[in-house]
Design a binder for this molecule. Sequence first.
Ligand code: 2E6
Ligand code: F3S
Length: 317
Amino acid sequence: MSPAPQRLKVYLATPRGFCAGVDRAIQIVERALELYGAPVYVRHEIVHNRHVVDRLKALGAVFVKELEQCPPDRPVVFSAHGVPKSVPAEAKTRKMFYLDATCPLVSKVHVEAERHFREGREIVLIGHAGHPEVIGTMGQLPEGTVKLIETVDDARAFTPKDAGNVAFVTQTTLSVDDTSDIVGVLKDRFPEIAEPHKEDICYATTNRQEAVKQIGADCDLVLVIGSAKSSNSQRLVEVAMRAGARAAYLVDDASHVDWAWFEGVNTLGISAGASAPENLITDLIKAVTDRYDAEVIENAGVLETVTFKLPRVLTQA
Ligand code: 2E6
Ligand code: F3S
């Protein structure tokens, strides 16, 4: 007789997975393919998820790093993370038809940075070097105008020209807690610093981190569905560990789970980054319930009702 399967409590974080900006960006590519046929070019991964990118590739999207790799006579979509001003400018020069899938909450940060610049403030961007959103936000303004701060130490070392005339903006997918530490240092040093009217860290990032915080302390293991490039997904793994989970891993899908991680595990937490499709979560739950005597408990969480409109050119066609 085989032994009884291991018993497992599975806490499902809510909310998890797709946010409104990701949903919109994917729809923009899908609709462009419907309207204009394949190929539709996409500059950078539309969102940082391998499954999303592979599915769109199969539908006829071609992903490129730079605009110069796109033929001038095909539509090109800019990714949800936003682009420097030079990109649409180049597209215009080449008379290309482009669709901007930048999340409206990233565009809001661009507008904020531009306003500070117009009003003569020295601008600090809190974010991760090399991330496309950071490149895009810095690229809204002339080179050298925006100072990137990644850590509390950077905030301590920052020396503005005029301590009374500084502003900060942030990347949308940062750790809420790390950012609050960095902002704390900036505010101590520059009490008059101009800050966002409303948080730059977006609602989806904040809600997903809060949900993982709630389940993390009770979990021996937390699995976050998301791709390695996804900043918001990586942050969820960190949040889980800080909340008290004994281990936490980012996995692209159920096939990437190492079942040895489950040894001695009684409580499992599951979440997904904002760019991870829900079917991957369903598949992971099935893989877990197929192997273990699992009770799945969905956490009560914030109900998200945010939606973003598609560009008019796609809805009027
Ligand atoms: C655009 C802006 C913010 O790496 P990151 O978390 O920024 O990106 P994705 O594609 O994983 O998540 C969605 C997103 C798009 N977040
Ligand atoms: Fe936008 Fe936040 Fe999603 S910035 S793309 S709503 S993770």
